[in-house]
Design a protein around this ligand. Structure first.
Ligand code: FAD
Ligand code: DHB
Length: 393
């Protein structure tokens, strides 16, 4: 097989990149290691920045998003038994966010690509990227029991945090991985019950962090901070609901609606950034290049901003023969990636109970939260980061 851009990974990053390239008249092929049902069913992100929504609209992949997405004008911070709302449009000059599940974005992009897009192969597992520094890089992959090769002009590694594209980067002096581990995980559940709130609630409690999100007017999505290494076996439904209710409790009249839990998982929390994001003719985008803890809801949005920048760079090469944007791709993305890494780190540290935390840590967290709820400047800074910083600084 031959193509211009070989895309490894059919998650949000790979699928959106394929769509953008297709619309720019650039040939590509997407290799996805899992089945279609698996790729479409993975419960993950749900909060989309305006720029993410705009990018999906620009590719014609937003019909259902526009019909079913929930536009949110703020979030609530809960701590010390109090509720504080942040009004995003008022704090950011009109910006909002949209709740629409990553599973649905993937379904929408897969449907479009199978209907009129470039080839998308499921159960096609990339094994290695070879000769990334030559003009003829190759992706070796396994499909239908056979080993095959995809000859490309460029390779885009959109294969997430456990992919293989990164392995083709040398451990050269100018390449580095920066990582930070958090000593806790998130237990996430989806429940067939209408959300108990109109907007997302981020709750800081001495027992640990809790987040109330949603998937639709009938389906709630909730998260609990749990110790690292937690097993789902220790968390029967009753315990999950009791713990959520305790962490969301406020002095005012409010109660948590309970319902059948349909999905549950435990996610480790970490920050990772690989630098640089390009090696020869191999470029990385999305979780393949960086991971953030989910507290700031930045992972999916960063993956989308990477591929928007990358698609523009490929279009400039295709239309004008210039590699100027491709040459600047890594630096431009990383500037934004580090801002999102900082924001996710700050949100995580501010809202989670430290397992070994002392009274001083606790007071520092409350002081940060009180500053945000008391100062318009501090609130506006959080709102600007949450709703999404500009694509280029
Ligand atoms: P992925 O979604 O991981 O896609 C990579 C794809 O590559 C996968 O389909 C995989 O099967 C495939 N692949 C891997 N290896 C190979 C191979 N060798 N060959 C071929 N294919 C391969 N982000 C937000 O913005 N907002 C949120 O609210 C949010 N909440 C989250 C909550 C949870 C619980 C979790 C776990 C994550 C959350 N995120 C959130 C993060 C977000 O889900 C990821 O950042 C996003 O999925 C990144 O997209 P991606 O396409 O880069 O990677
Ligand atoms: C969701 C997840 C997040 O990490 C977040 O900060 C907001 C929303 C969600 O899955 O809906």
């Amino acid at each position: 097989m031959r193509t211009t851009v070989g895309i490894i990974g059919g998650g949000p990053a790979g699928l959106l990149l394929a769509r953008l390239l297709h619309r720019a008249g650039i040939a590509c092929v997407v290799l996805e290691s899992r089945t279609r049902a698996h790729a479409e069913g993975r419960q993950r992100a749900g909060m989309l920045e305006q720029g993410t929504v705009d990018a999906l609209r620009a590719t014609g992949a937003a019909d259902r998003l526009d019909a079913e997405g929930l536009v949110h004008h703020g979030i609530e911070l809960r701590f010390d038994g109090e509720r504080h709302r942040l009004d995003f449009p008022a704090l950011t000059g009109g910006r909002t966010v949209t709740i629409y599940a990553q599973t649905e974005i993937v379904k929408d992009l897969v449907a479009l690509q199978l209907a009129d897009g470039p080839p998308l192969l499921f159960e096609a597992e990339a094994l290695a990227v070879e000769r990334p520094q030559s003009e003829t890089p190759v992706v070796r992959f396994r499909h239908e029991g056979r080993e095959r090769t995809l000859h490309c002009a460029w390779v885009a590694g959109c294969d997430g945090s456990h992919g293989v594209a990164r392995n083709a980067f040398p451990d050269a002096a100018d390449g580095r991985t920066y990582a930070h581990d958090y000593p806790y995980s998130w237990l996430g559940v989806t429940a067939e019950v209408p959300p108990s709130c109109d907007e997302l609630i981020y709750a800081r409690h001495a027992r640990g962090f809790a987040l109330h999100s949603m998937r639709s007017p009938h389906v709630s999505r909730l998260y609990l901070q749990v110790p690292r290494g937690t097993s789902l076996r220790d968390w029967p439904d009753e315990r999950i609901w009791d713990e959520l209710a305790a962490r969301f409790a406020v002095d005012a009249d409010w109660s948590l609606r309970r319902g059948p839990i349909t999905a549950r998982s435990v996610t480790r929390m970490r920050s990772v950034v690989h630098e640089p994001m390009r090696h020869g003719r191999l470029v990385l985008a999305g979780d393949a290049a960086h991971i953030v803890p989910p507290t700031g809801a930045k992972g999916l949005n960063l993956a989308v901003s990477d591929v928007r920048i990358l698609a523009r760079a490929f279009a400039e090469l295709h239309d004008r023969g210039s590699t100027r944007l491709l040459d600047g791709y890594s630096d431009l993305c990383l500037r934004r990636v580090w801002q999102a890494t900082r924001f996710s780190y700050d949100m995580t540290r501010m809202l989670h109970a430290q397992p070994d935390g002392d009274a001083f840590d606790h007071r520092m967290q409350l002081a940060r939260l009180r500053r945000i709820t008391a100062s318009r400047h501090a609130a506006a800074e959080l709102a600007a980061n949450y709703t999404g910083l500009p694509l280029s600084p």
